[in-house]
Write a protein that binds this ligand. Structure first.
Ligand code: GLN
Length: 241
């Protein structure tokens, strides 16, 4: 291992962390170690000081109540996150936090939970819950495999690109085939699962961006044995919705 450190900030680990989303943090950590880097995970929760130096940001899903709980703190750190996103920091936010990286989430009882406007998206709670295995095709990452469970339906504005197109499942909403959103190196997605263990292309994208931003270059000097991932993906691709 070299002494090059990569700091992963786990956003709202107490309130926004469901359906195995913590696996995304573990996967980044382990893969960074395999590439010879020293990962450091910083848990960020309400009221904490936003750390000065962070290389990757990861955040998970949560109940509507969890989203409500973190809203004011998220708005408090909005400028840090927006600045980092504009500067090309890699981030991955899933479901509940994905929604709050957008303009707003309107809940079942018509309450508006404001977001931090990194993605030009709007989310509305609907009566139908979108649940099940999901496969998304993305030009950059190929087939992305995961599991979704949300009642919020997200609609993309003009200034944002989708992460990919749904092949199985619902994704952003039940009306179009878009899934997730992209802004620079920020990825938002509905896919739990966890997402990263089954989708190493995305893990490597986040890692590569973080290392290039911090150290100028990333040499993939090690080939990781992904045979277990490949067999998990094969099985997952055949599973019903
Ligand atoms: N509460 C949100 C919804 O149901 C987010 C759910 C989640 O993060 N899985 O849409």
């Amino acid at each position: 291992m070299n002494n090059k450190t990569i700091k992963i900030l786990h956003l709202y680990s107490n309130d926004m962390n469901i359906y195995g989303d913590y696996g995304n943090v573990l996967t980044l950590k382990r893969r960074l170690e395999w590439y010879g880097y020293t990962p450091k995970v910083i848990e960020y929760n309400q009221g904490d000081k936003f750390p000065d130096e962070v290389d990757i940001i990861v955040g998970g899903g949560g109940q509507d109540s969890g989203q409500d709980k973190i809203q004011s703190d998220l708005l408090r750190i909005k400028h840090h996150l927006q600045k980092m996103a504009d500067n090309g920091a890699p981030m991955l936010v899933i479901c509940g936090l994905y929604q709050l990286f957008g303009n707003f989430f309107k809940t079942n009882d018509n309450k508006i939970i404001k977001g931090i406007e990194i993605f030009d998206i709007e989310t509305y709670a609907k009566s139908e819950r979108l649940i099940g295995n999901i496969i998304v095709n993305s030009k950059q990452f190929g087939d992305i495999i995961g599991y979704e469970n949300h009642s919020g339906q997200t609609f993309l504005g003009h200034n944002v690109l989708a992460l990919g197109a749904v092949r199985l499942g619902a994704g952003n909403n039940s009306e179009d085939i878009s899934e997730g959103a992209r802004y620079k190196n920020v990825i938002g997605s509905y896919l739990h699962g966890s997402l990263l263990p089954k989708n190493p292309e995305i893990t490597d994208f986040l890692i590569e961006k973080a290392i290039i931003n911090k150290y100028g270059e990333f040499k993939k000097n090690k080939v990781i044995d992904d045979s277990l991932v490949e067999s998990a993906r094969k099985t997952a691709l055949k599973r019903p919705r």
